[in-house]
Design a protein around this ligand. Structure first.
Ligand SMILES: [Zn+2]
Length: 56
């Protein structure tokens, strides 16, 4: 139920630093990079999706 953890590895978002955030018309969007390599996209503190930008 909680969408405050990475859907891939279950790492809690609270443990991850927000790498960037900005204000858009819908609210505040933040991107966090998980330890598993996923980018987690939050809007207003709720996880709305991931972006799998694998750099390795
Ligand atoms: Zn993860």
């Amino acid at each position: 139920m909680p969408d405050h953890e990475c859907p891939s590895c279950g790492c809690p978002l609270a443990e991850l630093l927000a790498e960037s955030s900005h204000v858009v018309s819908d609210g505040r969007v933040a991107y966090r990079r998980c330890v598993c390599g996923k980018w987690l996209v939050e809007i207003n503190g709720s996880l709305v999706g991931t972006a799998g930008l694998r750099s390795a």
